[in-house]
Ligand binder design. Structure first.
Ligand code: COA
Length: 337
């Protein structure tokens, strides 16, 4: 590649992995005071996947990454940056899960670090990968979103335990000279005013690990669900409208709207605001629940494996999560089936 031509970052491949164990709404009915009817009506979720006790977030990530690497048609030696978006790392707080993943994949001597942006992690990671590639610093970034959310869920709290699942998704973000393959735009924002809407209070410097912390259950996710829901709909609707307007793209030009899979009602509200057709909206929330940073790449992988995602298809991604963070992205798929 000549150095004087502009370089663009493109999504060259996708891969995903969901652990085999299924936790259904009927299973949850036996654990907390809830019902399949309530969960389906309020969230659209029917089941989610749960990793075994001896499976770490990095193990889920490695499975997804292997598919992404082989589908990109590159050797692992060509990867020069490994990014892992996760809020359920193998270890709080070091080493980074990205380092563990690199080791398990046999990728040596590369820069590797984690991104903490909760459910927005994959799109945040996409913006970081793009910056490295378009600055000419890296050529092939392995970008992963992986979560073992079951490790921070309180299975006696009905307001959160019905929502989350485990899984991983991965993509290779590569340098290209073909502008048509390149990422069109990414918006990524945060507002710490609402930090307490979604949090795991411990362990951390505020509440280091202690018996008291465990007794109070501070290691589990706490969520102000209804407040988060309302803010998610308002923020995402505004954000996707802005990114389309800024880039002069009409909603009907989107081949696949791939939203973060938190709640069917949030997805529907944003889809309706854009007047999207049903076939444009990618839904996996019914089978995987909310897998946080993994949810978008898992959803992209779903349509890839179904043969619905073609080279050049325009995708609109949007996401919202703890921080609070949110992000949207417009990009064509630059992989081959
Ligand atoms: N089963 C049965 N009832 C439940 C329940 C469950 N699993 N969870 C909560 N309830 C009850 C509540 O206790 C409450 O009862 P009350 O009215 O007697 O107090 C009632 O249902 C309504 O609760 P509320 O929290 O207002 O419901 P909701 O319509 O907001 O739905 C969520 C709850 C969690 C599904 C929804 O708020 C949500 O999806 N939030 C956003 C999640 C999100 O986007 N996160 C960001 C990315 S991670």
């Amino acid at each position: 590649m000549s150095t004087n031509k502009p370089i663009y970052a493109c999504m060259r491949s996708i891969g995903a992995y969901a652990p085999p164990k299924v936790l259904t709404n009927a299973d949850l009915e036996k654990m907390v005071d809830t019902s399949d009817e309530w969960i389906v009506k309020r969230t659209g979720i029917r089941e989610r996947r749960i990793a075994d006790a001896d499976t770490a977030t990095s193990d889920l990530a490695v499975e997804a990454a292997r598919d992404a690497i082989s589908r990109a048609g590159i050797e692992k030696e060509e990867i020069d940056l490994v990014l892992c978006a996760t809020v359920t790392p193998d270890y709080f707080n070091m080493p980074a899960t990205a380092c563990v993943i690199s080791h398990k994949l046999g990728i040596k001597n590369v820069q590797a670090f984690d991104i903490s942006a909760a459910c927005s992690g994959f799109v945040y990671g996409l913006s970081i990968a793009r910056a490295f590639v378009e600055a000419g610093i890296k050529r092939n970034v392995l970008l992963i979103g992986a979560e073992k959310f079951s490790s921070i869920v309180d299975y006696t709290d009905r307001s959160t335990c019905i929502l989350f699942g485990d899984g991983a998704g991965a993509a290779i973000i590569s340098a290209t000279e073909d502008r048509d393959e390149g990422i069109v735009d990414i918006h990524a924002s945060a507002d710490g005013t609402y930090a307490d809407f979604l949090m795991t209070p411990a362990p951390g410097s505020v509440h280091p690990a202690s018996c008291e912390v465990i007794e109070q259950g501070l290691q589990y996710i706490k969520m102000k669900g209804n407040e988060t829901f309302k803010l998610a709909v308002k923020t995402l609707t505004r954000d996707v409208r802005e990114i389309l307007l800024k880039n002069g793209i009409e909603a009907d030009a989107i081949d696949h709207f791939v939203p973060h899979q938190a709640n069917y009602r949030i997805i529907k509200a944003v889809g309706d605001a854009l007047k999207l057709k049903e076939e444009q909206i990618i839904l996996t929330v019914h089978k995987y629940g909310n897998t946080s940073a993994a949810s978008i790449p898992m959803a992209i992988n779903e349509i890839y494996e179904e043969g619905r995602l073609r080279y050049g298809d325009l995708m609109l991604l949007d996401t919202f999560g703890g921080g609070l963070t949110w992000a949207s992205a417009l990009l064509p798929f630059a992989g081959r089936n």
